[in-house]
Design a protein around this ligand. Structure first.
Ligand code: SAH
Length: 354
């Protein structure tokens, strides 16, 4: 049988495991504290646990930890990008953003992604695997340790589709917001999805106080299909209905993300249609100037078009903001740091082969 992953266990599960090993129950508390409060990178740091107990843990469980392989710091706004290597050699990307209201970390939820959004760099190589709950936690833990600053906000907006890794995501959210761990407030957590309808509904029924961000990016079903293959699976109306359900169940206002792509979804007609679509919806629209990737020839809308789009929505009394582009000078859209790392490795391999 596969070894269980220690850091992905809830406190109650951990207690049972520890008792099963013939150890005293208070050991579970100590161990949980080492993992989720003191953020220990490995067993050797857990100095108040006996050698014998640590040995047993090593034998019976896996313990995830991340190794930092690249680190970029923005001179402009203090944003930091991290490239981490997982135990199996895969690499993932995470970002630390500094805001006046606190530090926010953007994590990846999968290695790669299978959603295929046309403008997104994270999906170009497809999906490699889901991340474990512990591997999502580790991104936050590692960044908090490296920066020495408390992380107070979290967004699941890095590589991957979180609702395509639903069970692990839920476990991660519970551990992250647990009062005996980092205890990040649910209200400070945002999960972004391309719109997997049944899982939005399932998440709604969990009644968590997290914010749901829905990647809309188009004002009609037809246009959405051009940018997001997932639209072939779910009708726009069904996606919006699921969002309404989320609001009804949780009372949390939905954020709609709309990446503006020059000449594709940024016309006056788009703004008008979007306004009608969201009429009466208690929501917030976040306009994101598209971050061009070299594999596609999408371009950013120019500033006046972006402002006009925003004004149009405001005329219809829709709450709207334009996303500030953080870490511009350390460049690239989500997933590009990882992609350039993988491309460089591939090139190295290529040279070795000749
Ligand atoms: N799978 C999740 C998280 C993706 S990343 C989702 O689809 O929501 C978070 C947001 O960034 C999404 O809205 C995504 O569509 C958007 N995004 C991805 N690549 C982008 C790019 N190059 N420019 C602008 N927005 C991008």
């Amino acid at each position: 049988m596969d070894k269980k992953d220690l850091k992905s266990l809830t406190f109650d599960e951990l207690k049972m495991e520890i008792e099963g090993l013939g150890e005293k129950p208070f050991r579970a508390k100590q161990l949980y504290q080492w993992m989720h409060e003191k953020l220990a990178s490995d067993f050797s740091e857990m100095t108040n646990l006996s050698q014998n107990f640590r040995q047993k843990l090593q034998e019976h469980y896996t313990y995830t930890s991340l190794e930092m392989v690249d680190h970029l710091v923005s001179g402009a706004d203090g944003t930091e990008k991290f490239l981490f290597r997982l135990n199996d050699g895969n690499v993932i990307e995470s970002v630390l953003m500094r805001y006046h209201h606190g530090n926010s970390v953007c994590i990846s939820s999968q290695v790669g992604c299978r959603m295929g959004c046309r403008f997104c760099a994270s999906t170009l190589g497809g999906l490699t695997r889901n991340l474990l709950p512990s591997e999502m936690l580790d991104q936050v833990y590692k960044i908090q340790k490296i920066s020495g600053e408390r992380v107070s906000n979290l967004v699941v907006m890095g590589t991957g589709e979180p609702l395509d890794n639903y069970e692990n995501l839920l476990r991660f959210l519970r551990l992250l917001t647990d009062e005996h761990g980092l205890h990040i407030s649910q209200r400070n957590v945002t999960v972004s999805t391309c719109g997997i309808v049944e899982n939005i509904r399932k998440l709604a029924e969990e009644r968590l106080q997290i914010t749901l961000a829905l990647s809309l990016h188009a004002s009609s079903q037809e246009k959405r299909k051009e940018l997001m293959p997932i639209a072939y699976k779910y009708e726009l109306e069904d996606v919006l209905d699921a969002c309404r359900y989320y609001f009804l169940q949780t009372g949390r206002r939905i954020t709609f993300e709309y990446s503006l792509v020059g000449g594709v979804n940024d016309t006056e007609e788009d703004a008008r249609r979007l306004s009608h679509l969201l009429d009466g919806f208690n929501c917030h629209v976040n306009l994101i100037p598209v971050n061009p990737i070299k594999e596609r020839n999408y371009v950013q809308s120019n500033r006046t078009v972006i402002e006009a789009f925003k004004n149009k929505l405001e005329k219809y009394r829709i709450n709207v903001t334009i996303r500030r582009e953080m870490g511009r000078d350390i460049g690239g859209a989500c997933g590009q740091l990882r992609k350039s790392y993988i491309d460089a490795k591939e090139r190295e391999k290529g040279y070795e082969n000749v």
